[in-house]
Design a protein around this ligand. Structure first.
Ligand code: NDP
Length: 248
């Protein structure tokens, strides 16, 4: 089974950015797409433009998430809801920043997968797409966010082993900088948020990421696209720094 055979998709974090673009891309391909997020006004606009079904839900409401995913029984689950509170400074992170980031990026993704898998395994097909990050694969100075996306990396990798022989495919998408509302949510101070947002480079777009997701879903059934890592041509990682003690 591949994209043309699938009927139903569920996208978490669908009210903006990568999630909204993914809902639009899958809707254009004729799937019944369920879009989940908290901002209902944005979901309603997305429903008007794409015809998707909408669900106002905080993914940290675990029982409600299990109930919803279990009732939809999606062929495709796109675990996209996520944020990067306290981005770049674990030393000053509030308790709520830590809990929101880990609960949204990691715990909710695990629960959504747990709720979706039984029906996928019964049908012997299905596709789980986890939105990780470049920060889950490479060192960046954002420890809390990196830890959450590193968890998504191993979740995706280990899940493929657990699911051997079931027919269920697992893909991890690892973007670098994508032009979305991410920094509006990550950083409260509007000046700092604007500075973080202004990369000055030609950033990857949400539609570019949606295209990558569709590529993985459209691959012939015999092909599992394990991971796609994509970032702006003008962004890179690695290298080495020397920072004298006391500079910060
Ligand atoms: P956006 O801020 O534009 O989108 C985040 C989405 O997640 C929104 O739809 C938001 O909806 C939803 N969301 C957040 N918290 C919850 C919650 N508790 N319950 C339900 N939905 C929630 O950012 P992006 O599109 O960039 O982010 C999408 C994913 O991409 C995230 O996992 C992010 O970590 C990842 N990513 C982003 C990169 C970037 O540079 N932008 C790079 C690498 C990865 P609402 O607030 O309405 O609930």
């Amino acid at each position: 089974m591949t994209l043309s055979d699938y009927r139903t998709a569920l996208v978490t974090g669908a009210s903006s950015g990568i999630g909204a673009a993914t809902v639009a891309a899958l809707s254009r391909r004729g799937l019944r797409v369920h879009a989940l997020a908290r901002r209902i006004d944005r979901l309603e606009r997305l429903a008007d433009s794409t015809g998707c079904a909408i669900h106002r839900l905080d993914v940290r409401e675990t029982a409600a998430l299990h109930q919803l995913v279990g009732s939809i029984k999606p062929d495709i689950l796109v675990n996209n809801a996520g944020l990067g509170r306290a981005f770049g400074s674990l030393a000053t992170a509030e308790i709520d920043d830590i809990e929101r980031t880990l609960d949204t990026n990691v715990t909710a993704a695990v629960h959504a997968i747990r709720a979706a898998l039984p029906a996928m395994i019964d049908r012997a097909d299905g596709h789980i797409v986890n939105i990780g990050s470049m920060a889950g694969l490479h060192a960046i100075p954002a420890a809390l966010y990196g830890a959450s996306k590193g968890a998504i990396h191993m979740l995706s990798t280990d899940l493929r082993l657990e699911l051997e022989g079931t027919g269920v495919r697992v893909t991890e998408i690892c973007p670098g900088r994508v032009s979305t509302g991410f920094y509006d949510v990550a950083i409260d101070d509007t000046e700092l948020s604007a500075m973080a947002k202004d990369s000055g480079v030609d950033e990857v777009t949400s539609d570019d990421i949606a295209d990558a997701i569709v590529y993985a879903l459209e691959a012939p059934w015999r092909v599992n696209v394990n991971r796609i890592e994509l970032q702006p041509t003008e962004q890179t990682y690695g290298g080495s720094q020397f920072v004298p003690k006391g500079l910060r």
